[in-house]
Design a protein around this ligand. Structure first.
Ligand code: APR
Length: 241
C-alpha cells in the first residue's frame, strides 16, 4: 500500500525568505491589529484599509524568493507523486515558485482577487488591486482579496480531515498551531515530525496544557525550516519509499 505524508506548513516556512510571520516578536500582528485587517468585521468597517493591507503584502512578496525548504517540498512532490498532501496556511506563492504544483492554500492566496458576485478567482501578480477593478468573468465591481479572514469560512479546510484519513506521516513546518491545532492532528499519527526553531507550549483556548508542542510529535527538528530542509527531505523520502 502506497504510504502518504500530510505536510502542513505555516509562516515559519517562508520566514527565511524574508516574509514576516504573524506571532513572532517582529510579527505582522505586532504591527497591525489583526481584527482590523484580517477579520470580516474589520472588512465591513473599512474595506479601503483592508485592501491597502493586502496590496502592501502582495507588493512585498514581489522580490522574495523560495528558500531551501520550499525547494525540498517541490522535489518531494515530484519524486513521490500522489503521496504528499501539501497543505499550507501561507498565502504567499513561494511553494509554487519553487516548483510545487499541488499546493492546498488553506487560507487563500495573496496574488489572487475574488469576485464576491460570481466567485471567480484570478491572479493579479504583485500589483495593487485598482480602485476600479472589475471581475474579468462577470464584469462585477464587488472584488476583494482572496485571503481568508477571521470570521469567514475556509473552504479548503475540508481537505484537512481527508489528508489525516489518507496519510501515514504528519509533518508540521513553521506553524505556532494557534489557528490549526497541530497537536490534535499529531495525536492521530504514529509517525510525525515537527520543524520549528522555537520550543512553544501547547496552549489552546482552554488554557495551557503545561507541555511543549514538540512532546506530542515523534520527531522534533529544532531548526529553521531552511536549515532543516535536507534532513527533513531525507526523513520524508525514507518514510515514503
Ligand atoms: N523556520 C521554521 N519555523 C519558524 C521559523 C523558521 N525560520 N521562524 C519562525 N518559525 C516559527 C515560529 O516559532 C512560530 O511557531 O513559525 C511559527 C509562526 O507562527 P505564526 O506566526 O503564528 O504563523 P502561523 O502558525 O502560520 O499562523 C497561522 O494565523 O493569523 C493567521 O492566517 C494567519 O495563516 C496564519 C495563521
Amino acid at each position: 500500500m502506497m504510504k502518504k505524508a500530510m505536510i502542513l506548513s505555516g509562516a515559519g516556512l517562508s520566514a527565511e525568505s524574508g516574509i514576516r510571520t504573524f506571532r513572532d516578536n517582529d510579527g505582522l500582528w505586532e504591527e497591525y491589529d489583526v481584527m482590523k485587517v484580517c477579520s470580516v468585521q474589520g472588512w465591513e468597517e473599512d474595506r479601503k484599509l483592508v485592501t491597502q493591507f493586502y496590496n502592501d503584502r502582495r507588493k512585498d512578496l514581489a522580490d522574495k524568493k523560495p528558500n531551501p525548504a520550499h525547494f525540498a517540498l517541490a522535489r518531494l512532490e515530484k519524486r513521490f507523486p500522489g503521496q504528499i498532501w501539501n497543505l499550507t496556511q501561507n498565502v504567499d506563492d513561494l511553494l509554487e515558485r519553487a516548483g510545487c504544483e499541488n499546493v492546498i492554500h488553506l487560507h487563500g492566496t495573496l496574488r489572487d482577487l475574488r469576485c464576491e458576485a460570481c466567485g471567480h478567482v484570478w491572479d493579479i501578480g504583485f500589483r495593487a488591486q485598482r480602485e476600479d477593478e472589475s471581475c474579468p468573468s462577470c464584469g462585477g465591481r464587488n472584488v476583494r482579496h482572496n485571503v481568508v479572514m477571521f470570521g469567514e469560512p475556509a473552504p479548503a479546510y475540508r481537505f484537512i480531515q481527508k489528508a489525516i484519513d489518507e496519510s501515514d506521516l504528519f509533518v508540521a513546518i513553521g506553524t505556532s498551531g494557534q489557528v490549526i491545532d497541530i497537536v490534535s492532528i499529531a495525536t492521530e499519527f504514529a509517525n510525525s515530525i515537527l520543524v520549528n526553531p522555537n520550543r512553544e507550549m501547547y496552549v489552546t483556548m482552554f488554557g495551557s496544557h503545561e507541555r511543549y508542542i514538540d512532546e506530542y510529535f515523534e520527531t522534533y527538528i529544532r531548526k529553521k525550516a531552511g536549515e532543516a530542509a535536507a534532513e527533513l527531505e531525507e526523513r520524508i523520502a525514507r518514510f515514503l519509499k
